[in-house]
Design a protein around this ligand. Structure first.
Ligand SMILES: CC(=O)N[C@H]1[C@@H](OP(=O)(O)OP(=O)(O)OC[C@H]2O[C@@H](n3ccc(=O)[nH]c3=O)[C@H](O)[C@@H]2O)O[C@H](CO)[C@@H](O)[C@@H]1O
Ligand SMILES: C=C(OP(=O)(O)O)C(=O)O
Length: 432
């Protein structure tokens, strides 16, 4: 099986560049389904498995997608005819459900496979549906699909209140509303930087979206959109992973491209733990030496501490002297990495949504499995400070969200390598 082998006892030092953000580019790719004149060119597109899956889904639906170079992608939606997103592609990744808003806006009808839950939680879609219904769609769920149709073909602007500031629901509703008839207001909207990036992209295309980044987003429906150039924001979660890497290894890491404003809660927590944080307009640097101090961390919607950095932060706290606490409030099942960290000697006890972490002097290398993307990053970080080698399995999860993760860590002085699974034919041959 493919694995990443991490040699323990490493100190990270040097500079690494943040790639474009997975969680920003996926909704922007979905927005490429909106009808527009001319092609869009996206810059800083991370070549991740999730991005490749999303591109395949768009292509099946008729989008012409072409890599201009390793990080620039051209997309033309003039030829989109399909109103249906097939199950095999939608089930590969949660974000593919974001095609529903643009399709509904474009055709007044869409049929998209239900995305289902995943290892971090149930991940319901009721808020997306409520939003579409408020915009005038009739929604039916059956046979594993969600089918939405609009009488008269064009959505109507409406006032929508989200019971929870859901990132996905805010994005899906925004994309549905940009071509609706009249004004839409989304109250209690999500405020994540990825929402602002989507709004910026839509506005360049000719949409009128105001207030993104606040909890009230106002959208004035327009009649047409055009293809544009857009650079995706840097990945705050990838950047945060390397910065935590600096702190956990007593290292010195500069993440080029990291935007400190997007990382405020993490940077405050790193400072609170005793690390030094310096930022400039080009990036963020974290240095640490000596033992860190324990922390109390609670994941929240932006600008709270991101759930997508919870596992990585836990890796750090397993070797931080004293007792730390992490409370996960966003996803009900996002502690799957705890069992794996325990295999490495971590002392963690879970009580409901809170983990109590007693720092141990050192972890021991072990064979561990990532159960989701950020759990994988957490286990690599833990491996860096363990005694001996750590083998991290479940690498396909990590490939969803980290570009060249081994190369980037190696550039910072880590010793780790990716070992590819032997092809099945070779295993069979050896056995005979
Ligand atoms: C708030 C938050 O941190 N959201 C993260 C979440 O976005 P994602 O869009 O996947 O998740 P949401 O923000 O929608 O979900 C947040 C919470 O709302 C609930 N919910 C959501 C939709 C719905 O219709 N009904 C409902 O009850 C979810 O169960 C969850 O408890 O994962 C993305 C990928 O990791 C991250 O980029 C986002 O930052
Ligand atoms: C959970 C994540 O992504 P997704 O919503 O695509 O599962 C993540 O980015 O950490």
């Amino acid at each position: 099986m493919t694995r990443i082998v991490v040699q323990g006892g490493q100190r990270l030092s040097g500079s690494v560049r943040a790639s474009g953000a997975k969680n920003a580019v996926l909704p922007i790719l979905a927005a490429a389904l909106l009808p527009s004149r001319g092609a869009s060119v996206l810059e800083d597109v991370p070549n991740l498995s999730d991005v490749r899956h999303m591109i395949s889904l768009l292509e099946v639906m008729g989008v012409e997608a072409e890599w201009v170079d390793s990080t620039r992608l051209s997309l033309s939606a003039e030829t989109v005819e399909s109103k249906e997103a097939p199950a095999d592609l939608v089930r590969k990744m949660r974000a593919s459900f974001l095609v529903l808003g643009p399709l509904l806006s474009r055709f007044g009808y869409a049929r998209v496979a239900m995305p289902g839950g995943c290892s971090i939680g149930e991940r319901p879609i009721d808020l997306h549906i409520k939003g579409f219904e408020a915009l005038g769609a009739e929604v039916e769920i059956g046979n594993g699909f969600i089918e939405a149709r609009v009488a008269g073909g064009r959505l109507r602007g409406a006032k929508i209140y989200l019971d929870f500031a859901s990132v996905g629901a805010t994005q899906n509703i925004m994309m549905a509303a940009v071509l609706a008839d009249g004004k839409t207001v989304i109250e209690n909207a999500a405020k994540e930087p990825e929402i602002v990036d989507l709004a910026n992209y839509l506005n360049k295309m000719g949409a009128e979206v105001r207030g993104a980044g606040t909890d009230e987003i106002r959208i004035n429906g327009v009649r047409e959109l055009r293809g544009v150039e857009h650079t995706v924001i840097p990945d705050r979660i990838e950047a945060g992973t390397f910065l935590i890497g600096a702190a956990i290894t007593g290292g010195d890491v500069y993440v080029e491209g990291a935007i400190s404003n997007h990382l405020t809660p993490l940077l405050f927590k790193l400072k609170e733990s005793g690390a030094t944080v310096v930022d400039d307009v080009y990036g963020v640097r974290v240095t640490a030496n000596g033992p860190l101090r324990p922390l109390d961390v609670k994941t929240l919607v932006y600008p709270g501490f991101p759930t997508d950095l919870q596992a990585q932060m836990m890796a750090m706290l397993t070797v931080t002297p004293g007792t730390s606490f992490i409370t996960e409030t966003v996803f009900e099942n996002r502690f799957m990495h705890v069992a794996e960290l325990k295999r490495m000697g971590a002392d963690i006890r879970i009580d409901g949504r809170t983990a109590m972490i007693k720092g141990v002097p050192r972890l021991q290398g072990a064979k561990v499995t990532s159960t989701d993307l950020r759990a994988g990053a957490c286990l690599i970080l833990a491996g860096l400070v363990a005694e001996g080698d750590t083998e991290v399995y479940g690498v396909h999860h990590i490939d969803r969200g980290y570009v060249d993760i081994c190369d980037k860590f190696m550039r910072l002085g880590a010793e780790l390598k990716r070992v590819e699974a032997e092809p099945f034919s070779l295993i069979e041959k050896k056995a005979t």
